[in-house]
Design a protein around this ligand. Structure first.
Ligand code: C2E
Ligand code: CA
Ligand code: CA
Ligand code: CA
Length: 282
């Protein structure tokens, strides 16, 4: 009689452990996996140099990479949309800025004054003040004029609440943060945005840069963007510069900043700092 409860206990224990095993084996949903990765700090900032007319590095764009424990590096196009849908993009952006802040702070003597640091923000982030607080805490650690923080706004989705966005941009401007329109010319909203917001910088999309030198290049596109920018007192960054032909063409236009594989691909912050160190020796 004594054995029956013991058998029962053993059977229950087996059932519980099988269930536990099933729980373990159940694949996580992509949302859960993303949340886990945020908690485990698997998102890393890479920095792609931005150069001026003299070919000197005068800034960088922060580009996110997911260092997955099993899958290796995952590119942003594969996880940013989900990060935006789940709202996790806000925490991930905070993580990028915090990490880059400490790299640059320790090495600020290698950075030229007015160092142009660009970070991508998603339209959904224009409706809350978290990004503003991130910028505030970033700017507060550097001496005035050391770093020029630039928020690059993509137009994958339209900004819904333009009133809130305008308010945020005004607050950012008061902090000294500039606003750039990313992928300019690819969407339908570029001109509308210029009308609505106080834009400081336009980034010519790489699809236009890549047409330079090809037989059927519609040169008027680049020319018109630069014309428009000049008239509105807006700086221009050319994205995706891959060869000397493209650089030469763009240099003849009134373009302030250049970015692309011709200069460098996105690199880990430690490697970027080494480059800044070498440049400051020259
Ligand atoms: P983007 O902001 O337009 O960034 C430029 C993309 O072009 C980057 O791709 C960069 O690695 C790539 N690129 C740079 N130079 C060249 C070149 O010479 N030739 C070519 N073919 N490509 C070049 P990446 O790093 O894969 O990022 C893709 C997109 O993901 C970004 O496009 C941006 O929209 C988004 N993204 C990346 N990081 C973040 C982030 O931290 N937050 C948000 N919200 N979006 C991000
Ligand atoms: Ca960008
Ligand atoms: Ca782009
Ligand atoms: Ca883009």
């Amino acid at each position: 009689h004594l054995y029956i409860p013991i058998y029962l206990c053993i059977i229950i224990a087996i059932i519980i452990s099988i269930n536990g095993y099933r729980q373990l084996k159940r694949p996580r949903s992509p949302q859960e996996e993303l949340r886990r990765a945020v908690e485990d700090n698997e998102f890393l900032p890479y920095l792609q140099p931005i150069v001026n007319h003299q070919g000197r590095i005068c800034g960088a764009e922060i580009l996110m990479r997911w260092h997955h424990p099993n899958q290796g590096f995952i590119m942003p196009d594969l996880f940013i949309p989900l990060a935006e849908d789940t709202g996790l993009i806000t925490i991930m952006t905070t993580q990028m800025l915090t990490s880059v802040k400490s790299y640059l702070l320790q090495n600020q003597h290698y950075l030229p004054d007015g160092f142009h640091l660009a970070i991508n923000i998603s339209p959904g982030q224009c409706n809350d003040l978290l990004f503003y607080n991130d910028c505030l805490s970033f700017m507060s650690v550097f001496p005035e004029g050391k770093v020029k923080l630039v928020a690059e706004l993509t137009e994958r989705e339209f900004i819904e609440d333009t009133g809130n966005a305008a308010l945020l941009f005004e607050k950012l401007h008061n902090l000294g943060v500039q606003i750039a329109l990313d992928d300019f010319g690819t969407g339908h909203s570029s001109l509308a945005y210029i009308n609505q917001f106080n834009i400081d910088i336009i980034k010519i999309d790489k699809s236009f840069t890549h047409l330079i030198g090809s037989v059927d290049m519609p040169s008027h596109i680049v020319d018109n963007v630069v014309d428009l920018a000049n008239r509105l007192n807006i700086d221009v960054v050319a994205e995706g510069v891959e060869n000397a032909t493209q650089e030469a063409y763009l240099k003849l236009r009134n373009i302030q900043f250049f970015q692309g594989y011709f200069y460098d691909k996105p690199i880990p912050p430690a490697v970027f700092i080494e480059k800044m160190q070498q440049q400051s020796d020259r």
